[in-house]
Design a protein around this ligand. Structure first.
Ligand SMILES: Cc1cc2nc3c(=O)[nH]c(=O)nc-3n(C[C@H](O)[C@H](O)[C@H](O)COP(=O)(O)OP(=O)(O)OC[C@H]3O[C@@H](n4cnc5c(N)ncnc54)[C@H](O)[C@@H]3O)c2cc1C
Length: 470
């Protein structure tokens, strides 16, 4: 079986590695990985600068999602895996130009400790009272999806949307809480509401169960950190994947333009108008690209794929001489609510988040911009983006020193937005794709935006095909 994998981000590479293993095991599969750009890895890219890791896209995996860590181990990168330094894991929110720490006991959006919630300057007394009364909240009767903002508003009021939900979601998804689907983005919260009515009551009960389980667990169980990364940068994962693949199967500068299907299988057309035949196709591109590629094959599938919105992302890494910096707030960094009217969405103090990835005496501040509310910034030059973000760092943190390195990267239309109704849309997409023989979809548009989710989908698409063949 000849398989075309379209898109060489981590989803496409994970699919290729699965097919490569099947090929080595004698399954009779061949693959061609077709990537539009000159490099593989998609939004995962990092480089080492004089002993300091600079991550241009993502910087880590969520430890609780196992696929990325398992893949790193399988590729022989186990010794390079490091956890986040959670002793420093405090996050600040910008409130009227001042940084305010998230209160202790806040679990994502849910307050679970009384005194820190009562004392935090993040909310006014009316909001705090409302947060306390949430204890008596009753579950909603309907089952239909709603926006994260609506869900949070029903429980805790508008101030919690503005000061927490909005900056957390624009920080993680580059998204807008008014449009993101609560069922797809916060499924655990929806389950808590269904079971307990009140999120605070539900979260406390869940924590009690966790503690109970931890007490019963082996005393030797290693404490897991929230985030895991690779000591030398996430590019290590991409390089290790590429090293396992057959070089003649990897095609860069090979943008696919369209697909056709007939009784003999798939015809894949490239930029240079050349067409090649394959028995199966894994589409591991953003959904808006997949929509274009299947337009002539399945109109309704194409329409559904095209209706998944995307946001763009900008990262800027500033390497600074630590001796020239004012004292930074004690944490991983800060988030910026829309109400603050800044270009910056978030800033990570990278040297605090992971130990051993920054040269001694250096600090790395990684700023995020773009998102649903900052798309126009992508049109600016690198110098202008760096200037605007440095000016905001001056105003917020008092940093005036020149960075030793300043690197800006743009990731246009790269982050799928799971808008209200996403789960039903993905169900329809799967049903429609299943009517086409040997077509699989992978990538961040469907079932999880994180690296581990993309790896999992790439692997399962490849396994489904390899199974047919073996
Ligand atoms: C700035 C940023 C920070 C992030 N931070 C984190 C994080 O810390 N942790 C985490 O888990 N996740 C994070 N994410 C999300 C995660 O990195 C991505 O969702 C994931 O890497 C996407 O992988 P992918 O393979 O689906 O898509 P992509 O990486 O977008 O790859 C798709 C590939 O398809 C190619 N392509 C497009 N059109 C064509 C065509 N016509 N023909 C051939 N090839 C084509 C593209 O060139 C690209 O290489 C972050 C994302 C961004 C942008």
């Amino acid at each position: 079986m000849r398989v075309a994998i379209v898109g060489g981000g981590v989803a496409g590479l994970a699919a290729a590695f699965e097919l490569e293993k099947a090929r080595r095991a004698g399954a009779g599969v061949e693959y061609a990985l077709l990537e539009a750009s000159p490099r593989l890895g998609g939004v995962i890219s990092s480089r080492m600068d004089d002993g300091t890791v600079l991550e241009h896209g993502p910087d880590s995996f969520l430890t609780e999602k196992p696929a990325a860590i398992a893949l790193c181990r399988e590729l022989g990168l186990g010794d390079s895996l490091i956890g986040s330094d959670d002793s420093n894991r405090k996050t600040f929110i910008l409130v009227r130009d001042r940084l305010v720490a998230l209160p202790d006991g806040l679990m994502f959006l849910v307050p679970t400790q009384l005194m820190p919630t009562v004392l935090t300057p993040l909310f006014n007394p009316v909001t705090k009272l409302r947060m306390g009364l949430e204890w008596f909240h009753r579950a909603r009767t309907g089952q239909e999806d709603e926006s994260v903002a609506n869900f949070v508003r029903r429980h805790y009021g508008q101030a919690v949307v503005d000061r927490l939900a909005d900056p957390l979601l624009s920080g993680i998804y580059g998204g807008d809480a008014e449009h993101l689907s609560v069922q797809s983005v916060l499924p655990a919260m929806v389950r808590l509401e269904m079971e307990y009515g009140s999120l605070t009551r539900g979260m406390l009960a869940a924590r009690r169960k966790q503690r109970e389980a931890a007490r019963k667990a082996q005393p030797s169980a290693v404490k897991r950190t929230i985030f895991t990364t690779l000591r030398g940068g996430l590019q290590q994962l991409i390089d290790a994947l590429i090293a396992e693949l057959e070089p003649q199967s990897l095609h860069m500068n090979a943008a696919v333009q369209s697909l056709e299907v007939d009784a003999l299988g798939w015809r894949v057309r490239f930029a240079a108008r050349a067409t090649e035949r394959f028995d199966a196709v894994i589409l591991a591109t953003p959904a808006w690209v997949a929509a274009r590629l299947v337009r002539g094959v399945h109109g309704p599938l194409s329409d559904e794929l095209a209706s998944i919105p995307y946001s763009s992302s900008i990262t800027a890494n500033f390497v600074l001489d630590e001796a020239t910096l004012p004292t930074l707030p004690p944490g991983f960094g800060f988030l910026v609510p829309t109400l603050e009217r800044r270009s910056m969405l978030a800033c990570t103090f990278v040297h605090r988040k992971f130990q051993g990835r920054t040269a001694p005496g250096r600090a790395v501040l990684r700023c995020f911009a773009g998102g649903m509310r900052g798309e126009q910034m992508l049109a600016e030059s690198d110098a202008e983006i760096a200037r605007v973000l440095r000016e905001e760092l001056r105003q917020i943190l008092g940093i005036t020193s020149e960075p030793l390195v300043a690197e800006v990267r743009r990731w246009p239309r790269s982050m799928a937005q799971y808008s209200v109704g996403h789960a039903a849309r993905v169900r329809r997409i799967r049903e429609q794709a299943n009517t086409l023989r040997n077509l699989h979809l992978a990538g961040n548009a469907y079932d999880g935006i994180g690296i581990s989710d993309c790896i999992r989908l790439g692997q399962s698409a490849a396994r489904a095909l390899a199974q047919i063949q073996s």
